[in-house]
Design a protein around this ligand. Structure first.
Ligand SMILES: Nc1nc2c(ncn2[C@@H]2O[C@H](COP(=O)(O)OP(=O)(O)OP(=O)(O)O)[C@@H](O)[C@H]2O)c(=O)[nH]1
Ligand SMILES: [Mg+2]
Length: 348
């Protein structure tokens, strides 16, 4: 699956309908007076975060969105109909930015978050409204107000609950493939993964979360080396990072530190996130080497180290449960702070 990160769209709200100039004309009623109705309001353009979407791909095919115009007022005090609103449905986590691509308009961070992008023009007043003691037969009505138009950028940071980090070739994509229905590309060379992949981990009906696999980080990634830290934005909102370290390499401690340094350099709170450290590819290690590597890694990271293998499946369930526990803790904290519960979103 490919994730479209950003796209530019044009929105225009509807013009208001014009007011009508009309006079009551009936047999036996002289000087019936003005009876022009008001124009209808133009439709608004709204944007709303909904459940069940995780890309902005729809907005690649259609970039222009216009709400309907209000209908003009009519005689006999008939009000014109309001223009229909347009509601753009986007995934949770979509940010809307001004055309300059920097100024944030709104961050749609929970299901149901809505924002008015362009307000429809008001309908004009019909001549009935202008009737007064002096001018009892006004011959003018207001035109409807124009709608608003603008270009905006939509940017999606996927809201994954857990993120896989590690050096290239650490086995991140293999792990994602082993634990979800995602089918990322896997190969024995670094930088197999060029764009993030998401998968839904389904331990049971109540135990589901979204796991993100991002391209490997190498030393200097924060300065743009390799694929850089371009995709780390995708794990900014994760509750937990699963840090995979390839157990078949010589220096597991150095591998751990390299990735940590890039996370720190990236900032945005990534280094403070809960982290689970796992020695990966243990299927390829004998008992003695496992212990030796695990000890080295534990010394480097200062916390317990899990054994896993995306290939044999060893330790995978335990690791996922540990991650889920951290995700739940994170959700409770966010709710307590009154923030948007990022865990609200459940893919269908
Ligand atoms: N023996 C063994 N090999 C593994 C395991 N996991 C991954 N590999 C191998 O390691 C290589 C890299 O795996 P990927 O899953 O593509 O690694 P990655 O971390 O996604 O790499 P990048 O996308 O390049 O950052 C592949 O040849 C996999 O077959 C494992 O648990 N055991
Ligand atoms: Mg990969």
């Amino acid at each position: 699956m490919k994730f479209l990160d950003q796209c530019k769209i044009y929105v225009r709200s509807g013009n208001g309908g014009g007011g009508a100039v009309s006079f009551r004309r009936e047999k036996f009623i002289e000087y019936g007076g003005p009876d022009g109705g008001d124009g209808g309001r133009g439709g608004d353009v709204w944007i709303e975060a909904v459940e069940g979407l995780n890309t902005l791909i729809d907005y690649r095919y259609q970039q222009h969105f216009k709400a309907d115009t209000g209908i003009h007022g009519m005689g006999r005090q008939m009000h014109g109909a309001n223009g229909e609103d347009v509601v753009l449905k986007v995934p949770v986590g979509t940010q809307v930015l001004e055309e300059d691509k920097e100024t944030l308009i709104v961050d749609l961070d929970h299901v149901g978050a809505r924002h008015l992008l362009a307000k429809g023009g008001n309908g004009g007043w019909g001549n009935t409204r202008f009737k007064g003691p002096i001018n009892q037969a006004p011959r003018h009505a207001n035109p409807g107000q124009d709608g608003q138009e603008r270009w905006v950028w939509l940017r999606l940071k996927l809201i994954a609950d857990a993120g896989l980090v590690g050096l290239p070739n650490a086995g991140k994509s293999t792990f994602l493939a082993a634990t979800s229905a995602a089918k990322p590309k896997i190969a024995a060379y670094p930088f197999t993964t060029l764009t993030p992949n998401l998968g839904v981990v389904d331990l049971s009906a109540e135990e589901r979360f979204v796991l993100a696999d991002i391209p490997g980080l190498i030393e200097g990634a924060s300065e743009g080396v390799g694929i850089g830290t371009r995709f780390l934005g995708h794990v900014e909102r994760c509750a937990v990072l699963i840090h995979l370290v390839d157990g078949t390499q010589d220096d597991v401690g150095a591998a751990y530190h390299t990735v940590r340094e890039e996370l720190v350099a990236y900032g945005e709170g990534l280094e403070d996130k809960a982290e689970i450290v796992a020695l990966n590819k243990v299927d390829a290690l004998d008992a003695e080497v496992r212990q030796e590597k695990a000890a080295e890694l534990a010394a480097a990271c200062g916390k317990p180290v899990a054994f896993v293998s995306g290939v044999s499946g060893e330790g995978v369930k335990e690791l996922l449960r540990a991650a889920l526990a951290k995700i739940r803790e994170g959700r409770v904290l966010t709710a307590a702070e009154g923030g948007a519960p990022s865990g609200d979103w459940r893919p269908q």
